[in-house]
Design a protein around this ligand. Structure first.
Ligand code: SF4
Length: 265
């Protein structure tokens, strides 16, 4: 029986994070770490991936490297040429100057685009260093530090954020910036990678934004949001049936526990 909320729609944490990681890893794992780009390339890729699909950002990145050959040459290139090279990725007018700015700033601060020195820094300092770059938020900084430099930094995407809130690991009003710090403190350093992949997978496959599959959920027994979300989901389904019988279109009303967080961050 899940514990009751402290107040309406505020879930009380009733799940141990390490246990959640273990259960989800058993269900969805194993999670072998895949080889990735180097950190500077990833920073550029991060800019290219904003508000577009993986396929488009990949195409834009390939276009950029085909045109310039190296990121040093991109940094020295004209914004208009960068824009042309990434045109297939969408929002090229915004992303081209952003890429130029990021690379130029790294060169100003570091003298080269090699970011491996960050792994020698304390985690907070490494995060702060990356966050001073234009357009680099906590998620992008976390990705660079954890996936490319092997540091125990959190990278909270929309799925991790949603699942963590529903499981009561973070409160409903915690913003994404604060969520990075809280989850970093809650997860053991060597569990950051499995946590990341397990929670994203769970959010994509089961704990979906609009219609979470609570009946199929492997951590449902410890989820303080389960009852409320099941009631809402079942209520919505019943309403849909009723409305379609009446032959009327139904204006979608998003319950307060369903947020628009599933958009790209
Ligand atoms: S799917 Fe339902 S039961 Fe499972 S974590 Fe999400 S809200 Fe909780």
């Amino acid at each position: 029986m899940p514990r009751k909320s402290r107040a309406s729609s505020i879930p009380t944490p009733s799940i141990d994070v390490a246990e959640a990681i273990r259960v989800m890893s058993e269900q969805y794992g194993p999670f072998p770490q895949e080889p990735r780009l180097d950190p500077s390339h990833e920073l550029v890729f991060t800019v290219l991936s904003q508000h577009t699909s993986d396929t488009n950002s990949e195409r834009a990145f390939q276009g950029l490297m085909k045109r310039f050959g190296s990121l040093e040459d991109v940094a020295a290139g004209e914004v208009s040429d960068i824009e042309e090279a990434i045109t297939h990725g969408g929002l090229a007018k915004i992303k081209a100057p952003r890429i130029k700015m990021v690379l130029t700033r790294i060169l100003e601060l570091n003298g080269s685009l090699d970011l491996s020195f960050l792994s020698e820094m304390p985690l907070d300092e490494a995060k702060a260093w990356l966050r001073q770059l234009p357009g680099i938020g906590p998620k992008s900084a976390g990705i660079i530090l954890s996936f490319f430099l092997g540091m125990p930094a959190m990278a909270i995407d929309t799925h991790i954020y949603r699942v963590s809130k529903r499981l009561g690991i973070i409160g409903p009003k915690v913003n994404t910036e604060k969520a990075h710090d809280m989850l970093e403190a809650a997860v053991e350093p060597d569990q950051v990678y499995p946590f990341h992949i397990a929670f994203i997978t769970h959010g994509r496959q089961v704990c979906k934004a609009q219609r979470p599959l609570c009946k199929e959920c492997i951590v449902a027994g410890n989820c303080p949001s389960r009852e409320e979300l099941m009631a809402l989901t079942e209520g919505k389904a019943a309403n849909n049936v009723g409305e379609s019988k009446k032959g009327k279109s139904r204006v979608s009303q998003v319950p307060h526990t369903f947020t628009t967080e599933d958009s790209k961050q």
